[in-house]
Design a protein around this ligand. Structure first.
Ligand SMILES: [Zn+2]
Length: 168
């Protein structure tokens, strides 16, 4: 029923003769551990626990490895940004250019209706060329910044992004 009292004196390792807390720095640390396990099993346990804790914290070297290597890969969610209408100019032929409008359908705008509207408005050809793309035959890019918000007030001029000239 008595509790075991450990002497407060320093315990020395039978293998390397160093105080046991320094054993781990001894080249024959493995032999030290064997000796400890055999002769001072309680101390051996304690040291094991301490070493485990050190592994958790990481020695200097480990810390450095963690800082440098183990990159925290935060999966960046693709934020659904605000709806945007993209307008760009694309060359057609030597002198002509067309205007490409993308993103209208994200404002629930019927592309066919929009295309027809542009054709009428600018008196030129206009057609739906993709899932969310209208090509207007003519350089009307600058006009669109006024025309689109006028026609569809839900699309503020700020929602229209000028992608500039498309390169071929
Ligand atoms: Zn030792």
């Amino acid at each position: 029923m008595g509790t075991v009292q450990y002497p407060l004196t320093v315990l020395y390792c039978g293998n390397c003769t160093l105080p046991i807390e320094y054993c781990e720095y001894h080249p024959e640390h493995d032999k030290c551990k064997q000796w400890l396990e055999k002769n001072l099993p309680d101390e051996f346990e304690k040291i094991l626990i301490v070493n485990d804790a050190l592994d958790e914290e990481g020695g200097e070297e480990k810390k450095r490895q963690k800082r440098g290597g183990k990159g925290v890969v935060k999966s960046r969610k693709k934020e659904e940004g605000p709806k945007v209408v993209y307008i760009s100019r694309a060359p057609r032929g030597k002198k002509k250019s067309v205007t490409v409008v993308q993103g209208l359908s994200s404002f629930d705008i019927d592309l066919k209706v929009a295309s027809k509207f542009f054709g009428t408005k600018f008196a030129c050809g206009s057609s739906v060329t993709g899932e969310d793309e209208i090509v207007i035959q003519g350089d009307v890019k600058d006009d669109l910044f006024d025309v689109i918000p006028d026609k569809w007030p839900v699309i503020d001029e700020d929602f229209i992004e000028d992608l500039g000239d498309q390169k071929r």
